[in-house]
Design a binder for this molecule. Structure first.
Ligand code: N2P
Length: 382
C-alpha cells in the first residue's frame, strides 16, 4: 500500500510541475486491487541500447530471476536509432534514445505509453529529472530515464601536456578541440570527435556563442565555417571512443564524460601510467539524458514493463554510477554511490557546474537534416 502512496505523491508532483490537472488515479491504487492478469507473452525481451552502458551481470540477473531471455543489441548514435525507428518494424521492445530525439519520436507515434501500474519502482525516480523530461514527453507517459551525463572534452593529460609543450592549457577546454592554436599542436597525438552531427554541431554552436539547439540553418553554416578551420587536424570520427582514448589512438576527444571515465579506468587496467580525464569546460558542456521507451509495435510490452521495473531498483541505479560512471535518475540509489564516484566532479556534477550545463532541448526535423548536411560536408572536408 505504502508504495502506491509514494507513487501517487510523485505523479502529483510531476503533474503539478508541468501545470496539468491531475487525472483520475489508475485502477490498481485500491488496496483490494484485483490480481494482475497472467502475462502470456513468450519469455523474450529485445533491447536496443548504446554500447558500454549496462553494468556487468545486470541482464543475467534479470534473466535468472524472471526466466525472460534478453536479446541485447547496441547502436552508436541517436541518428542510427532514429533511422531504424523511422523505417519501422525494428523488432525491439525497448529502445534508449536521448531525450532530444525522443521528443520527435513521441510526436511521430513511435512509442506506446508505459503501463505505469506495472512499474511500481517509478517511485524511485527523481521528480526534478522527470520534470525536465516533460519537455520531451509532456505527461511523463513514455520515457523512463536510463542514465545521464554530458558531452565534453576528454584528454590524455600526459600526452596533451607533452604535445602542447610551452603552451599552457587553455581556460576554456573547448579551445583544445576547436581552436587552431591548440589543434595544430594536438594533431600529433590525435584528435577524435564523436561521429554524430547532433554531438558535434551543438557544441560547435555553443563555442561560437550560438544556441546549441538553434533551429536556424544560418547558424549551422557559421558552426561549419568554424569547424572547417580545424578539419585537417581531426584524426578520427569515432564510435569507439573508450578504446581510442584508452589505447592511445587519440589524446583529446569530444566524447561522453562517462565513457571518458571508463577509458581512464581501462587505460590503468592495461598498465598505462597516463592520466585520462573528462574536463569541465568553463563555458559549460552539453548535458544529455538517455531514456527507455517501448516501441509502438513491441511484441513483448509486458516483459518490457518487468524489465523497466527491475532496472529502477535502487541497487541497479547505484550500479549505473558505480560501475559505468553514468548518473542515474534513481533518487533511492543516492546513498549507495561509492565515495570515489561521488567525488568525481565529471560523474556526479556539482550544483555550481550544473548551472553552466547546456540543458537538453530538441530540434525540428528540418533543422536536424540541415545539421546533418553541415556535419557531413565538414567531415568530407568540403
Ligand atoms: C555509451 C553512453 C552513451 C551516451 N557508453 C550517449 N548518449
Amino acid at each position: 500500500m505504502k508504495k502506491y502512496v509514494y507513487a501517487l505523491a510523485l505523479s502529483a508532483l510531476v503533474l503539478a510541475a508541468c501545470g496539468k490537472k491531475e487525472e483520475a488515479p489508475a485502477a490498481p491504487v485500491a488496496s483490494s486491487a484485483p490480481a494482475a492478469p497472467v502475462n502470456t507473452e513468450e519469455k523474450v525481451l529485445n533491447i536496443y541500447n548504446w554500447p558500454d552502458y549496462i553494468p556487468e551481470g545486470m541482464i543475467a540477473a534479470f534473466e535468472k530471476e524472471t526466466g525472460i531471455k534478453v536479446n541485447y543489441d547496441t547502436f552508436e548514435t541517436n541518428e542510427a536509432l532514429h533511422a531504424k525507428l523511422v523505417a519501422g518494424n525494428t523488432g525491439y521492445d525497448i529502445v534508449v534514445p536521448g531525450s532530444t530525439f525522443a521528443k520527435p519520436q513521441i510526436e511521430g507515434g513511435m512509442f506506446q505509453p508505459l503501463d505505469k501500474a506495472k512499474v511500481a519502482n517509478l517511485k524511485n525516480l527523481d521528480p526534478a529529472v522527470m520534470a525536465v523530461l516533460t519537455k520531451a514527453d509532456p505527461d511523463n507517459k513514455h520515457l523512463v530515464p536510463w542514465a545521464w551525463s554530458f558531452t565534453t572534452v576528454g584528454i590524455n593529460k600526459t600526452k596533451v601536456e607533452k604535445a602542447l609543450g610551452k603552451t599552457p592549457m587553455p581556460e576554456n577546454a573547448w579551445d583544445l578541440v576547436f581552436k587552431s592554436e591548440y589543434t595544430s599542436k594536438l594533431k600529433s597525438c590525435g584528435i577524435a570527435y564523436l561521429d554524430s552531427p547532433t554531438e558535434i554541431i551543438p557544441v560547435a554552436l555553443h563555442y561560437i556563442g550560438k544556441d546549441a539547439y538553434s533551429n536556424d540553418p544560418a547558424d549551422y553554416k557559421l558552426a561549419a565555417d568554424m569547424l572547417a578551420k580545424v578539419r585537417k587536424d581531426v584524426r578520427l570520427f569515432s564510435s569507439t571512443m573508450i578504446d581510442d582514448l584508452a589505447g592511445g589512438k587519440a589524446c583529446v576527444a569530444i566524447g561522453w564524460a562517462g565513457d571518458i571515465n571508463i577509458a581512464s579506468t581501462r587505460a590503468k587496467e592495461n598498465g598505462s601510467k597516463d592520466v585520462i580525464e573528462a574536463l569541465l569546460p568553463s563555458t559549460g558542456a552539453l548535458m544529455f539524458a538517455d531514456t527507455m521507451a517501448v516501441t509502438k509495435d513491441a511484441k513483448h510490452p509486458n516483459n518490457a514493463m518487468t524489465f523497466i521495473d527491475f532496472f529502477l531498483r535502487a541497487e541497479n541505479g547505484a550500479a549505473m554510477a558505480n560501475e559505468m560512471n553514468y548518473n542515474s535518475a534513481n533518487l533511492a540509489a543516492k546513498d549507495q554511490i561509492k565515495p570515489e564516484i561521488a567525488n568525481n566532479p565529471s560523474t556526479i556534477v556539482s550544483a555550481e557546474y550544473m548551472a553552466k550545463m547546456i540543458q537538453p532541448s530538441s530540434w525540428t526535423n528540418e533543422a536536424r537534416e540541415s545539421m546533418a548536411n553541415a556535419y557531413n560536408a565538414f567531415k568530407k572536408g568540403k
